[in-house]
Design a protein around this ligand. Structure first.
Ligand code: C2E
Ligand code: MG
Ligand code: MG
Ligand code: MG
Length: 276
């Protein structure tokens, strides 16, 4: 057995692990260190645009890891194992802290939008989650009203009681709750009506089907369902003008995709928005 110590504790790995296990383990140790040291974890912001007015209503905060040796690592390559470890808490707090500080500075300069934060289901197991997040709001002098929390359908179902209680508590403080990747989970539609949610983010898979009968049927039905339940809709992954126009025709409220705005680091987003 070999052991490696980090400032937050120590970890042991078994020599029978294969290369992939060791790589994953190495990443986890690196991520723990990155979170202790500070500036390797950063946030990219992707605009959400009102499909009627064209106005930017807010941004989604998307986590990035600027690894000293490996370069920029996308969340798909570290979020899954962070979610299986205790690091998901500190990682989420790092994103929240940076996003709230940036939002505060943008709002001082006249930006009227909000920020969407992704929450992993495992976070709901932490009884202190609400207090921790509220401390970040106070520190940034921001109001929960300026934040949306995104959770996937399967995420809510994974931790139904604690998940729903936490989301309901934030909602009563004025935060909006979004169902991320809508249509890809396994929740029943009946269940959706009882959840404390405000909007559906229609998954990019269905948006990519626009221009085909199946895609239009699914996006159209999702928008209609959302409307009947009193929920807003955001189309995720709009890559073409045709997809944007179809979403607008089908009555979708907002768009988020490479066509309307790529994820950008702070300075690029400020330039994109025309902030002084
Ligand atoms: P998500 O929350 O569904 O975020 C949207 C993803 O779609 C982002 O990928 C974004 O870059 C990508 N995207 C946006 N527009 C387009 C488009 O037009 N075409 C295509 N093909 N893709 C588009 P990203 O940034 O790689 O994030 C992947 C996932 O990682 C996110 O999916 C989310 O589930 C997770 N994630 C990212 N940041 C965080 C975080 O801070 N906390 C948690 N828990 N999860 C996060
Ligand atoms: Mg999301
Ligand atoms: Mg999504
Ligand atoms: Mg996702």
């Amino acid at each position: 057995h070999q052991a490696r110590t980090t400032r937050s504790g120590y970890a042991i790995f078994d020599t029978s692990w294969d290369r992939r296990d060791r790589q994953r383990f190495r990443r986890l140790v690196d991520l723990g260190e990155a979170l202790e040291h500070g500036d390797e974890i950063c946030v990219a912001y992707q605009p959400q645009v009102d499909l009627t007015t064209g106005e930017c209503t807010g941004v989604e905060a998307l986590c990035r890891w600027e690894h000293p040796r490996e370069g920029l690592i996308p969340p798909g390559d570290f979020m899954p194992f962070a979610e299986q470890s205790h690091l998901i808490g500190p990682l989420t707090e790092a994103v929240v802290a940076e996003a709230l500080a940036d939002l505060a500075s943008w709002r001082e300069r006249g930006f009227g939008g909000d920020v969407s934060i992704n929450l992993s289901p495992g976070l709901f197991r932490d009884p202190d989650l609400q207090d921790r997040l509220m401390a970040h709001f106070r520190f940034a002098n921001m109001d929960p009203q300026q934040v949306r929390f995104e959770v996937t359908e399967s995420g809510i179902i994974e931790e139904p009681n604690r998940g729903i209680n936490t989301l309901a508590a934030f909602r009563s403080r004025g935060s909006r709750i979004s169902v991320d990747d809508f249509g890809t989970g396994h929740s029943s539609l009946a269940y959706l009506a009882d959840l404390p949610v405000d909007e559906l983010k229609i998954d990019k898979h269905f948006i990519q089907g626009l221009g085909h009968a199946w895609g239009e049927a699914i996006v159209g039905a999702s928008v209609t369902l959302a409307g009947k339940l009193g929920l807003d809709t955001v189309a995720e992954g709009i890559e073409t003008e045709l997809q944007r126009d179809k979403c607008r025709e089908l009555g979708c409220g907002r768009a988020q995709g490479f066509f309307t705005g790529r994820p950008m680091f702070r300075a690029d987003f400020e330039a994109w928005l025309g902030l002084q």
